[in-house]
Design a protein around this ligand. Sequence first.
Ligand code: ZN
Ligand code: ZN
Ligand code: FE
Length: 762
Amino acid sequence: MGFRPFVYRVAHEYEVTGWVNNSSRGVFIHAEGAESRLHAFYHRLLVEPPSLARIEKAEWQAVPLEDYSNFTIVESERDEHSDVLISPDVATCQDCLSEIRDFSNRHYHYPFTNCTNCGPRYSIIKDVPYDRGQTTMAPFQMCRDCREEYEDPLDRRFHAQPVACEVCGPIATLIDRQGRILPGLGIDQLAQGSILAVKGIGGFHLVCDAYNREAVQSLRGRKERGAKPFAVMARNLEKLVQEVVVTDEEERLLTGTTAPIVVLKRKVGQLSSLPEDLAPGLNTLGMMLPYTPLHHLLFEGPFDFLVMTSANLNGRPLIYKNEEALAELRGIADFFLVHNRDIYHPCDDSVVQMIGGQTVFHRRARGYVPLPLKASVKVRQPILGAGGELKNAFCLAEGKKAFVSQYIGDMGGYENFMRFQQELDSFQRVVQITPQVIAHDAHPDYQTTRFAHESSWPRIPIQHHHAHLISVLGEQGETEPVLGIICDGTGWGEDGKIWGFEFLWGNAQGYQRKGHLEYLPLPGGDAGAKHPLRIAYAYLKFLMTPNEWEETTSLWKGLSPTERKVLDQQLEKNLHVFQTSSAGRLFDAVSALLGICTHVTYEGQAAIELEAFASQWLDETYEGDMLRTLDWNSVYPVDWSEKDKELILNVRPLFKGLTGDLLQHKDKGRIAFQFHQTIAWAIVETAGRLRVGQGPLVINGGVFQNKLLTEMLLHLCSDRSIEVWRARDLPPGDGGLAYGQILIANEVINNVSSHTRKSCLD
Ligand code: ZN
Ligand code: ZN
Ligand code: FE
């Protein structure tokens, strides 16, 4: 990231001669000069690197004098072993932004302006070392002006591989549905309420004016998106804060070089004028700021907010090729704003949220991939962690580095699985790791499991929640066993049941299931998650006495008589009813019981809307001051039992209390809030009963993307002086699974090899 020009400038400053290059093993510097100056030079390089540079390791050695008379930057050399990190894509910098707004500048209004400090990187790279020839910029011959800047070590564009201008670089083209080319960038069309498919850095977005309710509704309808929230891009920070509440940390995230979508709390009532339809049933909005020159240019139009949602068809991967967009989005977009710089690695926008004073990933992709995690242990053999079924991301690791791919999607869809294979292939070249072993989820029906079976690599199946636990342990750089509470929607349990609210004690070498939520009957298995009221029905029928059950009749108005009859038969004959300890389904059931969400159109919807409902109540009643409401004596009761040396958390008392409140028509917001609080409290209480020593608690799993629940739990833990470890650089959900799979598989390999060594010695 502008490292060589920086070295060049510092060398001149210290009157050091020699050269600097950029090889696939890193930056090499040959420096000659007086000893004191050489030391000062070396020191400066380490303490003041350019803003985007990240020095992983630096070392020096004495070499024979070669008597250089000046200092130069020499061409990249290619070799076998690469240790150089490829940069993620970077949001447009202030300098470039000023240029595209400066009428006298040659980059004025040029939508692909970039420099060493900004622009596309990962999304355009085919192979290492990172040189123009290895990127999708290769077909563009630099013009004289661009080449001068590119070759001038003192220029901001020195060796910026994607440099381009209007004369020599990519161009944007507006096309209508009939394939006719139109002038402009589509600003007028957007202003008139049209929907545009806009090609960005990592793929296409579907774009419309966010204030235009009709356009928003028709986009939702055409995309068959159900109630899933749309991401919104704001003209600038000043406009953005008119609609949502932004803390200093959130501002730093929004305006930083990674420019993710940040989930922010909407202002209430009259204060917010954006349509509800952007995020039905939620009190938050995913917001981002323009991060490419093209975005900035679109905002020259009369809009302050644009819907910017990933362009994909239901259950299919992100669209990133012009032809695909024109063919597949024909029924959705009115116009297409395409360009001729190819995308090599399709990459969605990252989605983050501040939870308990820390950034939590909902989706990790653009801006963060392909930076590595530092593995806490040495991965001896290159391993592929295939990830999970939903929200898949895979991981490649070798030595002390682990690279997690961008979010790929749900593996159930055939096209998504094709995308997984495509990216797995190209990611190997970017991170220079060729796997020799595959670690995959133990679930027999996951697409990644089938893939593992069909591959030629030795495979190591990993229990889902164990991987969730070890992912956090690995991020912490720890190897000693800890107690982890894993709350998620679904994962294959060793007893063939659906796990998801698990108290596991262990490390990468193994784990013990110390406790879990009691098993409850899930009609229809994982597919049943789409009908949360049926889940609530099954749970209550199972948990309540016949007399108590009689009293709940009024709660099932949302189920037709036929539906009830089928459910009754299913439960009675135990037909297609699965046993589950899932935490996600517990939230789903309560959401449906309260009448908040009974029909799920996107994954996690019932739980997400339940959280929104509880948070809204908190805002309206206590102005969001959670501490004032946190009376730990007013939670719903739970109790515990023991079975096969496992502690079972029983929720019969909870549901009794909750349905009692509901039947007495108590405030549903308060009930939703109290339910969250009960779960937070029950987690910490159960952990307390299980805890060995005073170690930290790990919490992980998709349920901890719930801000309210997580912050309640953190409060309680801090009251009780319990340290909590959470996912930091990876999503708590299944997007973080692959890293845990790798660390566990690595231990399996170590064990096997130490056994073989021992048996050889015997
Ligand atoms: Zn720039
Ligand atoms: Zn040019
Ligand atoms: Fe999971």
